[in-house]
Design a protein around this ligand. Sequence first.
Ligand SMILES: *[C@@H]1O[C@H](CO)[C@@H](O)[C@H](O)[C@H]1NC(C)=O
Ligand SMILES: *[C@@H]1O[C@H](CO)[C@@H](O)[C@H](O)[C@H]1NC(C)=O
Ligand SMILES: *[C@@H]1O[C@H](CO)[C@@H](O)[C@H](O)[C@H]1NC(C)=O
Ligand SMILES: CC(=O)N[C@H]1CO[C@H](CO)[C@@H](O)[C@@H]1O
Length: 191
Amino acid sequence: MNSTNENVLVILCALFFSAHAASEGDDDKGGPCEIFVQDVNNLTLNCSRRHIDKIPTWPATLETQGKEDGHVRITLFNNSISNVTQLAPVPGNRIAISFKSNKIVEIEDDAFRNLDHMGSYKDGVYSDIDLETLNLGYNEIHSLDKYLGLSYLRQIDLSGNFFLNVPESLSLVGDSLQYLTFNNNPLDCQT
Ligand SMILES: *[C@@H]1O[C@H](CO)[C@@H](O)[C@H](O)[C@H]1NC(C)=O
Ligand SMILES: *[C@@H]1O[C@H](CO)[C@@H](O)[C@H](O)[C@H]1NC(C)=O
Ligand SMILES: *[C@@H]1O[C@H](CO)[C@@H](O)[C@H](O)[C@H]1NC(C)=O
Ligand SMILES: CC(=O)N[C@H]1CO[C@H](CO)[C@@H](O)[C@@H]1O
């Protein structure tokens, strides 16, 4: 009886430690995101539901799988990221990013510098990378800095945040912006 119980315990412990070791091993292979190549022009970086609270580094193999003029979709849906710090460059020139359902309070001034035409300046030329779609829905954002300078943004989703008014910084992307989603904010209609 006792020895059976001990054996069960030993087996349970062995299972627990091997599962633990396996998940640590995955992290070592290049961060929490998975790459999906739909076709030569479209790549998705799935960083959704990874229990991460910081902007991750991209998998090391991304560099070789992307295409300079391809579309890249990055999804960070349903994590607990609170601070959007600078994202690493991605190989591609039309970028869409979703941060939907995180805990974002703060977006650093240089967060999207590596993904924006005007921000990303290397060897004397501006890059061809354009961040076109940005989903910041269902976070805890009160304001958007005017320094973001997203020169080619076409779509932004700011729904489900804590905005009291439509951020002035959006006028800076007025030329390119085509779709703004802004429902479910505590808009102060007096002002
Ligand atoms: C794949 O890329 C092409 C442009 O090369 C684009 O028209 C198409 O919508 C993309 N498909 C997906 C699923 O993103
Ligand atoms: C992304 O990964 C998460 C976690 O593994 C999974 O639940 C989700 O279905 C994936 N999304 C896509 C579009 O593959
Ligand atoms: C966000 O991250 C930056 C860079 O690591 C740091 O300087 C800043 O204080 C952070 N902000 C918050 C609200 O944690
Ligand atoms: C919007 C959404 O899908 N939220 C889910 C995110 O993940 C947590 C668990 O980590 C769920 O409880 C939420 O419902």
